[in-house]
Design a protein around this ligand. Structure first.
Ligand SMILES: NC(=O)c1ccc[n+]([C@@H]2O[C@H](COP(=O)([O-])OP(=O)(O)OC[C@H]3O[C@@H](n4cnc5c(N)ncnc54)[C@H](OP(=O)(O)O)[C@@H]3O)[C@@H](O)[C@H]2O)c1
Length: 220
């Protein structure tokens, strides 16, 4: 922990969604380790983010996936579903006792506008089964378009946070709020199929309404 901010890793932080999250947390003063299968690629992304933040000493670093997970207190996973299981197995040891924030949506290209659920119910439930009880898997950001994260624009869409343990969800909600989004406690990990399934619906609606950032907003 540096100040009151946990050290973060973004596995797949070289990709569209992950780099936006890494950029926003770096800008908010978090230390971020970007993980990649190709460390040089992660280092290049870290340099791009430092430049974008505008402060050369911004603590964002690039390394391999396992090292990034080892260095972090909270590990964010943002890879295509096809790479989900293999990536989790590669970092499993390093995330024991930690929160794993899963951003993954179980999409099956090319049918990405149709909700599909893996046998366990969701990517998060699969991750929890792979990582075991000492890791808390929490879903977030499934319904936030990458284009908005990477730009310096206010985001009106809300983030549903569902996963193992209320206290863990609260910590993830704090990370959501730190980058200017509104977070909602969406309940236990059994609710993650709903959170993940919404994404196919939003991808469909993006096509239907010629947008690239349709999101949801909760009212009460
Ligand atoms: N894009 C969005 O707007 C959006 C919104 C919400 C949720 N999501 C979800 O977030 C996750 C990431 O989406 P994305 O659009 O950022 O994906 P992406 O750009 O295609 O991939 C993200 C990163 O995953 C790693 N990766 C790609 N293929 C891999 C493979 N076969 N094996 C291992 N690692 C691989 C790559 O990192 P390295 O090459 O550096 O290892 C890549 O930079 C997905 O599950 C997606 O459904 C995306």
């Amino acid at each position: 922990m540096e100040n009151d901010k946990p050290i973060l890793a973004v596995i797949g932080g070289t990709g569209k969604e992950g780099r936006g999250l890494a950029y926003r947390w770096a800008k908010a003063g978090y230390t971020v380790h970007i993980g990649s299968r190709t460390p040089a690629k992660a280092q290049r992304m870290a340099a791009t983010i430092r430049e974008r933040v505008g402060q050369p000493d911004t603590p964002v670093f690039g390394t391999d996936n396992l090292t990034a997970a080892q260095k972090a207190e909270i590990v964010v996973l943002s890879v295509p579903y096809s790479a989900h299981k293999a990536t989790l197995e590669a970092i499993a040891e390093a995330v024991q006792g930690k929160i794993l924030v899963d951003v993954t949506v179980p999409l099956r290209p090319p049918k990405v506008t149709k909700a599909w659920f893996p046998p366990a119910g969701s990517a998060a439930l699969e991750a929890q089964a792979i990582l075991g009880p000492e890791t808390a898997v929490v879903d977030a950001f499934q319904n936030i378009a990458y284009a908005l994260l990477w730009e310096d624009v206010p985001i009106e869409a809300d983030v549903l946070v569902a996963g193992k343990g209320k206290a863990n969800r609260r910590r993830v909600m704090a990370l959501v709020e730190a980058i200017g989004l509104r977070a909602w406690d969406a309940g236990p990990i059994e609710n993650t199929p709903v959170v993940e399934g919404l994404t196919s619906l939003l991808i469909y609606m993006n096509k239907a309404y010629a947008s690239d950032h349709i999101g949801i907003r909760i009212i009460m």
